[in-house]
Design a protein around this ligand. Structure first.
Ligand code: GTP
Ligand code: IMP
Ligand code: MG
Length: 336
């Protein structure tokens, strides 16, 4: 069975947290990373330890799963080799031989370009310029890089063989709907589509193989970088609520806002969402922090969850009440 998880807003919805929870609980055979590249910063917190990840699949805490990175994902060799070493995943990670490579020159072009660095507010990780070179057909691929040789594989072949053998495959996207090159708030977007269909392409599987699509929404969405934010709240309000966040990759302050039902509905439609994971409900009221049972949420909080379900017309199956992967309410048994 194949499950895809994507972001429904402007990234940083807490995908890393939800992915790690699901991968520890559901025990997939393969956990595969789709999405743009190391512009992402996923945060996984488990038993008090924090793992900031940029390329490694966020489900890595499951020690039995094979970890894969698709051809559609840009790879910075320094970043992935650093993560492989520090996480000790040498024996179970595979990178598609056709993944595009980010070099120092891409990072410099990203940072020096007034258009990318200032107008768009890119992460400066070289992803935009590397995708420009890929479209120009001049980008190096993983197969050209000596230090990546031990990890190279054919990801579509591994994925499709596993799926056909009835194994469980979990696919994680990065960024979010609002940053899609095609459907987001262009030009204030990333350099590729970020939705579930693209995740299939990134990893070389067809859409007929996918069973579930989980879209992650943050109760108070955030946005880092430039671009419109219709439900933006003032900085003073974000501070009053104590929900001010800073980017994992760039350290920049994230803008915060209230839940945008229109955006959620449209992004669930484009992703063909079958489930919603709702994160950061503790931002409403700190007394919800760490709650693990639905009945322990207040009636007002449950009303919000039900409104999300009703407006988006997709069941909310996972609710996150804190950064630790155990701070989770799992409603899948009753909702699916
Ligand atoms: P990208 O791939 O970069 O889009 O990131 P992401 O979706 O994995 O999210 P990221 O880890 O960048 O940001 C989410 C932040 O919220 C992290 O600091 C998480 O630890 C934290 N977080 C996740 N879920 C919850 C939650 O339910 N409550 C609280 N308080 N924090 C949460
Ligand atoms: P780029 O992907 O680095 O070119 O950045 C383009 C836009 O997408 C900027 O507004 C970034 O802040 C935003 N962005 C890219 N990746 C992420 C992410 O993982 N989380 C949140 N915003 C992102
Ligand atoms: Mg992030």
């Amino acid at each position: 069975m194949v499950t895809i998880l994507t972001g429904g807003q402007w990234g940083d919805e807490g995908k890393g947290k939800i992915i790690s929870y699901l991968c520890l609980n559901d025990n997939p055979d393969i956990i595969a990373r789709a999405g743009v590249g190391p512009n992402a910063g996923h945060t996984v917190v488990y038993k008090g330890k924090k793992y900031p990840l940029r390329l490694t699949p966020s489900g890595f805490l499951n020690k039995h799963a094979r970890l894969l990175i698709g051809a559609g994902v840009l790879v910075n060799p320094d970043v992935i080799l650093g993560e492989i070493k520090s996480l000790g995943i040498e024996n179970r990670i595979g990178i598609d031989k056709r993944a595009g490579i980010i070099e120092q020159d891409h990072i410099e072009r990203d940072k020096k370009s007034d258009h990318l660095a200032t107008t768009i507010g890119s992460t400066g990780t070289g992803c935009g310029p590397a995708n420009i070179d890929r479209a120009n057909r001049s980008l190096k691929l993983a197969a050209d890089i000596e230090s990546l040789k031990p990890y190279l594989t054919d990801v579509p072949l591994e994925m499709n063989e596993a799926i056909n053998a009835g194994k469980n495959v979990f696919i994680e996207g990065s960024q979010g709907f609002g940053l899609s090159l095609f459907y987001g708030t262009y030009p204030f977007v990333t350099s590729k589509d970020t939705n579930a269909g693209m995740a299939c392409v990134d990893l070389g599987i067809g859409p007929r193989k996918v069973k579930e699509v989980i879209v992650v929404f943050k109760s108070f969405p955030s946005r880092v970088g430039e671009g419109p934010f219709p439900t933006l709240m003032s900085e003073a309000e974000a501070q009053r609520r104590g929900i001010q966040e800073f980017g994992t990759v760039t350290g920049r302050a994230r803008r915060s806002g209230t839940f945008d039902f229109e955006l959620a509905k449209y992004s669930a439609m484009v992703n063909s969402a079958s489930q919603i994971a709702l994160t950061c409900v503790d931002y409403f009221d700190r007394s919800y922090a760490g709650v693990r049972e639905y009945d322990k949420l207040s009636p007002k909080m449950r009303e919000f969850v039900e409104k999300v379900e009703r407006e988006v017309d997709v069941p909310v199956t996972i609710i996150s009440t804190g950064p630790d992967l155990e701070d989770t309410i799992d409603l899948r048994e009753e909702k699916l």
